[in-house]
Design a protein around this ligand. Structure first.
Ligand SMILES: [Zn+2]
Length: 62
């Protein structure tokens, strides 16, 4: 099951909603607006995330 997250910065397509695919040193997200896969550093992701809709913990899933 994918985790939905909202980021402060929107994707070029205009969507701020992303599905969290992989959470590691590098975070992989899929834009729910256009389906593009986005990769970013974990630190950047943690700063950019506004809200996560699932109970999955972002802090403790190394
Ligand atoms: Zn997009």
């Amino acid at each position: 099951m994918e985790t939905k997250v909202t980021l402060k910065k929107h994707h070029p397509c205009g969507s701020k909603e992303f599905n969290l695919i992989r959470l590691g040193p590098e975070v992989v997200l899929r834009c729910s607006g256009c389906g593009a896969v986005v990769r970013m550093e974990r630190k950047r992701f943690e700063k950019a995330v506004v809200r996560k809709d699932s109970a999955v913990s972002i802090q403790n899933s190394e």
